[in-house]
Ligand binder design. Structure first.
Ligand code: AMP
Ligand code: ZN
Length: 492
């Protein structure tokens, strides 16, 4: 056995379109900002893929021994119906449709989002930044960059993208007029210029508006993220994450503002993008369009739960794919992920009782020394260090669970550490049973019938046993004799 070294962590940086070694700004630390949800509606499971990804990144940074500070924001003002710069404020629109105050809308959907975060075993970040808590800081930031980088129009204060070097290098395309993405605003100097402060039109009153040197109004969405990330983590910080759609408009605009701010504030690196690494998860797609929040019943995590799936089956589905690959959602795929999770956790439960979060590679190396296990530590670390290859890491975890004739304590601590790095807790076996909300028969009734059937079979009374099976089938319960996972029944 050769002694193996840790693998350097490499991450794909959208700025350079290359995988790069992770070199922290502050020794031993990792500071990460993730664009959070706009809380005008429930998140769909595609949105939640972005947070499973950000959580996985955080867990891998912890695994590698970095002291993690993760910030996720809650956008409760300023995100328009078009990412570029047009349309209505999403929050105002929903509040009007529901005849409720924006504050109530924000509270309701923030709580719904936090419930999904918990259900998916996403760790709590060090800080949730709420956009409306940072209005003063946004005004300060805007005042600082306005003289050199902005101009005022009737509708607001606009950022002139020609005032910073290399605008749009993250998107690899400067958005041209005529693409149909940017609504014409009279007086805009460049098609890609965007509002950092939107004035309330004369004679109108918005539910959310604040005084500013440019009149009453509200901040632009891009300004919010620049301000909250810079304020809490300090420019430059390590990693900024978001969904791939943000690579085109939102993040290039954040970068432009960050560059302007660093230059005006005479920060050491004048052309600073704000973050050294920009990472983007690809989309979860669904063919019939149910992901769209405008399609009535859309794919929320709660819908998966109502159909009887444990929410962690969805985490498993995400982990099976690389975060940079598009992932197609299907109920069959979710079912297969659930079975895989059941099998894995069933075997792990034979070894240990709880998974402790935050285990590091160094501590695993210190406790896991058996020669059959150390190559697996290595393979697992190599997979996660290779731009978070969770798909491979999962197969290594399954290998570890299956290893025979090794010290059981060491095996248990290795499996526990791997589960913690992937964010998979141990749950009671029953939690993974498929139990649709609208099932007409309760579990105690099924269990009682199963007991009667068992007794009938023990007495070799096969007529009664068959009759009980048929009765259950009529109620939508499938009896699963000989199921390899040992499940006795399921609701179909
Ligand atoms: P929003 O609430 O619209 O600001 O979106 C929250 C997060 O979800 C952002 O990081 C988006 O980029 C991301 N996102 C939106 N749709 C999807 C999708 N279908 N799959 C994965 N991520 C998505
Ligand atoms: Zn953002």
């Amino acid at each position: 056995m050769t002694e193996s070294a840790d693998h350097p962590l490499t991450l794909f940086n959208s700025l350079t379109r290359r995988a790069e070694p992770f070199v922290p700004v502050h020794d031993g630390e990792a500071r990460v900002y993730s664009c959070g949800p706009t809380v005008y509606n429930y998140p769909h499971i595609g949105n939640m893929r972005a947070y499973v990804f950000a959580d996985t990144l955080g867990r891998v940074l912890t695994w590698k021994g970095f002291d993690l500070t993760h910030v996720i924001n809650i956008t409760d003002v300023g995100h328009l119906t078009d990412d570029a710069d047009a349309g209505e404020d999403k929050m105002e629109k929903m509040a009007a449709a529901k005849a409720q105050s924006i504050w109530d809308i924000a509270r309701h959907y923030t709580e719904a989002y936090w419930a999904d975060v918990k259900a998916l075993n996403i760790r709590q970040p060090a800080k949730w930044t709420i956009a409306t808590d940072y209005i003063d800081e946004m005004l300060e930031f805007a005042k600082q960059i306005a003289p050199k980088h902005c101009y005022e129009l009737d509708s607001g204060l606009y950022f002139d993208v020609s005032t910073v070097a290399d605008y749009g290098r993250l998107a690899r395309a400067v958005t041209e007029e005529g693409e149909g993405r940017i609504e014409a605003v009279d007086g805009k100097r460049n098609a890609a210029d965007f509002a950092i402060w939107r004035k309330t039109p004369a004679g109108e009153k918005r539910q959310m508006e604040w005084d500013s040197p440019w009149g009453k109004g509200a901040p632009g969405w891009h300004l919010e993220c620049s301000v909250m990330s810079g304020k809490v983590l300090g420019f430059p910080f390590d990693i900024h994450t978001g969904g791939i759609d943000h690579r085109e408009i939102h993040h290039p605009n954040e970068i432009a503002q960050n560059q302007a701010f660093c230059e005006c504030g005479a920060l050491s690196d004048a052309a600073n993008s704000g973050a050294n690494i920009w990472m983007h998860n690809n989309f979860l797609v669904e063919r019939s369009g149910k992901m769209s929040k405008s399609s009535g019943e859309f794919l929320r995590l709660q819908l998966l739960i109502d159909k009887g799936y444990h929410p962690l089956a969805y985490r498993m589905l995400c982990l099976q794919a690389h975060y940079r690959s598009e992932l197609e959602f299907s109920w069959e795929g979710l079912g297969a992920a659930l079975v895989r999770l059941k099998r894995l956790l069933g075997a792990a439960r034979g070894l240990l009782e709880v998974v402790t979060d935050g285990v590091t590679l160094a501590s695993v190396r210190a406790t896991v020394t058996h020669q059959k296990l150390t190559p697996l530590v290595d393979k697992f670390d190599a997979a996660l260090s290779d731009d978070l290859n969770t798909a491979v890491a999962l197969t290594v975890l399954e290998e570890a669970v299956a290893v025979k004739k090794v010290d059981q304590e060491q095996k248990a601590s290795l499996v526990g550490a791997m589960l913690s790095a992937l964010g998979l807790p141990l749950l009671p076996r029953e939690d993974f049973r498929i139990r649709p909300k609208d099932a007409t028969v309760g579990e105690s009734e099924i269990e009682a019938a199963m007991e009667r059937r068992k007794a009938a079979r023990a007495d070799k009374d096969f007529a009664t046993s068959d009759a009980i099976r048929d009765e259950l089938a009529a109620k939508g319960v499938e009896v699963m004799d000989g199921d390899p996972l040992g499940w006795e029944w399921r609701l179909s």
